[in-house]
Ligand binder design. Sequence first.
Ligand code: XMP
Length: 515
Amino acid sequence: MDSSFPRILVVDLGSQYTQLIARRLREFNVYAEIVLPEDVERCLTSKGVYGLVLSGSPYSVYDSDVPALGEGVVGRVPVLGICFGAQWLAHRFGGEVVRSERREFGPAYIREVEGSDPLLGWVRVPWRVWMSHSDTIRSLPSGWEALAYTSEGVLAVFRGEVGGVPVYGVQFHPEVSHTEDGQLLLYHFARDLCGCPAVWTPEHFVDRAVRMIRERVPEDEEVVMALSGGVDSTVAAVLIHRAVGKRFHGIFVDTGLMRKNEAEEVLSALRGLGLPVVRVDASDRFFGALRGVVDPEEKRRRIGEVFIRVFEEATRGLERVRWLGQGTIYPDVIESAGTRYARKIKSHHNVGGLPDRLPFRLIEPLRELFKDEVRRVGEYLGIPEALLMRHPFPGPGLAIRVVGEVTPEKVRLVREADAIFIQVLKEEGYYDQVWQAGAILLPIRTVGVMGDVRTYEYAVCLRAVVSRDGMTADWARLPYGLLEKVARRIVNEVSGINRVVYDLTSKPPGTIEWE
Ligand code: XMP
């Protein structure tokens, strides 16, 4: 991203909501970029920065290791401090913050707003806001004024000035949906107080991305990309293809571990988008590598290994390829960079080690986008909804949905069960209401009876979750009638399975996949 592009910097002081703040701003087309506190000074030297939002934090301003935000960053562009960010501002400029071990967590009400400040001009009282803090602000720096208190007497919003530039603090979290119209507060801060243009639209993004790819990839060089039909890689591929045309090569590795008819459907959808894609059928090699392996991480390692080898072989004839396209998105970038100040530990599945091993330079046009933005760009590019709204599916595929050793026969069983489950979810209108769903083949056989005959066959577990981002998830409360229909059809139609169970575990403590 060129540094003159108009933006608001969201300074990550360790809040679990930092990404949400940026997403909320971007939802109304204001570009927001997440930065670490020590990088703010450097970023402020560019013309593109219109304002700063300081996130919340698990820290207290009295902790010895509080995030390193220099005082000098305040007073250059308007600043909005949220929760810890507000306390930090008050404390740094001479106000008093009172330490507390007790936490206020939940709704609070603002019944009156002082004056007619542009930040709050739109507020209708009583206004429900969402609190999650321990310390509170007892007094403000001299000359700063309180704009609102909660009905419990907690200072909720203030305004001050440093070097003639406005400084605001809010004790609650405007970025979470529990705060009524909280997004409007961010909107008025960014647009009215910072004057940041709202030019972050899919159209603008696509034009810029295409231009930047053209500038980077010289006319005599080509780009290769592994395609899976996943949303991110598909949108990235369409963008790159738009930029370089015939110099784009898509490779679809058929692992034999995909869902029923998925390889054919994905290939025809990709070709329907005009993407040149070569299919490499390597299922025998994947099954060979998985023989005798039961450990989930070892399965992943071997699949990753074979994938790279197959991909490498497929690119060998492409002599002018110097670039590898990837569908990396913003959360992957932020999570792998890590944030020094977050106390929550996030797991991250990386993309299979392709970049490290191959002699190509990377091209990642979606590095700045959140998942919902990728979908918006996809829509703008004319990618069919069926591709954009697909559930996530793990790279190692059905291999990690067969608990224990993977064989072609077991993959067949889980594939058939999965297909029935997904089909019924679609028929009953529940597919788009769950984040992800699938079947898991359990490594046990149990006794049943069909007709007059005793059976002794495999059990399958249905898994369906609701989630915002896959980091945490809740098991989906699917109707009994739907579950019954799925169970009945699986036992009747998939010979080799005679029992169906449903997983009631949320994440945490469970994970979405069983392996
Ligand atoms: P877990 O099981 O960790 O899954 O709760 C969270 C999300 O990540 C997907 N997942 C994977 N994706 N390679 C991938 O590309 C993997 O090895 C992998 N393991 C889990 C999972 O399907 C869910 O969407």
